[in-house]
Design a protein around this ligand. Structure first.
Ligand SMILES: Cc1cc2nc3c(=O)[nH]c(=O)nc-3n(C[C@H](O)[C@H](O)[C@H](O)COP(=O)(O)OP(=O)(O)OC[C@H]3O[C@@H](n4cnc5c(N)ncnc54)[C@H](O)[C@@H]3O)c2cc1C
Length: 377
């Protein structure tokens, strides 16, 4: 597809969004409301075909380059029809699920996700394993009585975003024994969250949007055909998935930040507290991030494999987001500190930008070692 076709796609989508009012209803302000609204938007986009472009036909998509997904995300989230958090899960989880799942499983499940019928979550982190993901201890044991047909899973995940609303989970488990090197001992499964033995407990967050959960697995039986890849492929799956979490899913988040930046400008103009230099610096940070992210979207669309270079996108996103909300705090006196507003919620959530998807320190280590070849410290 040429850039003209992409521009035509965007203009047709804009016309469709103008004609089909998907504005969130007034009662969609809670997390439950965000999830309901996201499902509503997905359903409408799916029925009209828009969000099936950029996904392969063998997984229920309508084909075309991945850049079309970015266009849909930008238009939908930039117009504030869906929140960037739930929306980003599509881009984080689905490409890798499609690459590793048995063909029939992807063909069955991806349409459920795209059409808003389901939500999926990512079960990677554990209480003792975040940055050091390879140390995870949730264990999947082959049930020898099943003739190799089933595994039994025991362990705990944490910080699992949207698990309380999800039907499925991409789960990393340990399958190797003590002798197996860590990176060959991890196996991924696609789990139904209503399987007996799974307990999901939402966690309170400081910003009041209780998005993530603890998830417990007690003798959870899963069929071997729910494995993503082969035994021991889980580490490679994680290495393939994390670049999406560190880059392509940011495109619509950036559109959201731009829309909030426009709002800030109009508020501070009214207050007469505008400081050109503060706003200029935020604009520079957002624009740098958007330029980088645009290049990443195009590399992905051109068929390049995303890798450690996406740590640059992650560092730029975290910096821009935190700088923006720090500026909000400085320019809107007492709004963050004293008012129960969206600005306050978003300011608090922006603190997590240097943690989720891999911490800022770990991203800088990756940049130093793997991109700049600086060796260990
Ligand atoms: C909003 C949010 C949503 C999340 N959603 C999910 C989700 O859906 N699914 C999921 O699986 N996980 C999720 N996470 C978890 C996230 O991936 C982890 O928090 C992250 O990987 C860091 O792990 P940790 O919290 O265990 O911190 P730790 O790894 O314990 O790190 C603690 C501190 O030590 C530093 N540190 C650790 N190792 C090194 C090192 N080698 N060099 C230098 N510094 C180091 C870190 O930078 C950090 O400052 C989410 C987190 C947040 C905040």
């Amino acid at each position: 597809m040429t850039s003209t076709d992409t521009a035509e796609f965007r203009s047709d989508l804009r016309a469709w969004l103008d004609d089909n009012d998907l504005t969130p209803p007034p009662d969609s302000h809670s997390l439950e409301g965000h999830i309901r609204q996201f499902a509503r938007v997905q359903r409408a986009l799916y029925d009209a075909g828009w969000n099936r472009y950029g996904w392969p036909e063998h997984a229920g998509g309508l084909g075309g380059p991945a850049i079309l997904r970015a266009v849909v995300g930008e238009e939908v989230v930039g117009r504030r029809l869906a929140e960037p958090g739930p929306y980003s899960m599509l881009e984080v989880l689905t490409p890798t699920m499609i690459d590793y799942a048995p063909a029939g499983l992807a063909a069955e499940m991806v349409p459920k996700l795209l059409s808003g019928e389901e939500l999926w979550c990512q079960g990677f982190s554990e209480p003792g394993s975040g940055s050091d993901l390879a140390s995870l201890t949730t264990r999947a044991t082959l049930d020898t009585d099943s003739g190799g047909q089933r595994y039994v899973i025991n362990g705990q995940k944490v910080w699992t975003s949207f698990a309380q609303f999800s039907q499925r989970c991409i789960l990393l488990t340990r399958t190797g024994d003590a002798e197996t090197p860590n990176h060959q001992a991890i196996t991924a499964f696609f789990i139904d969250l209503d399987t007996p033995g799974i307990t999901v407990r939402p966690l309170r967050t400081m910003h009041g949007v209780d998005e993530f959960c603890e998830v417990y697995f007690d003798d959870v039986v899963v069929d071997a055909d729910r494995m993503l890849g082969k035994p021991g492929d889980g580490w490679q799956l994680a290495m393939d998935l994390l670049p999406y979490e560190r880059s392509s899913c940011f495109w619509q988040r950036i559109a959201y930040l731009y829309s909030r930046f426009d709002e800030l400008i109009s508020i501070v103009k009214g207050l007469g507290t505008a400081s050109d230099s503060d706003l200029g610096e935020v604009y520079l940070a957002l624009h740098t991030l958007r330029c980088r992210s645009r290049a990443t979207q195009h590399r992905l669309a051109d068929g390049h494999r995303l890798g450690p270079d996406t740590s640059i996108d992650k560092v730029l996103l975290a910096n821009a987001e935190q700088q923006f909300y720090d500026t909000v705090r400085d320019l809107l006196p007492s709004v963050i500190e004293l008012e129960d507003s969206d600005w306050r919620t978003e300011y608090l959530y922006s603190r997590a930008a240097t943690i989720y998807g891999g911490t800022a320190e770990v991203q800088r280590n990756i940049i130093a070692r793997r991109l700049l070849d600086l060796g260990k410290e």
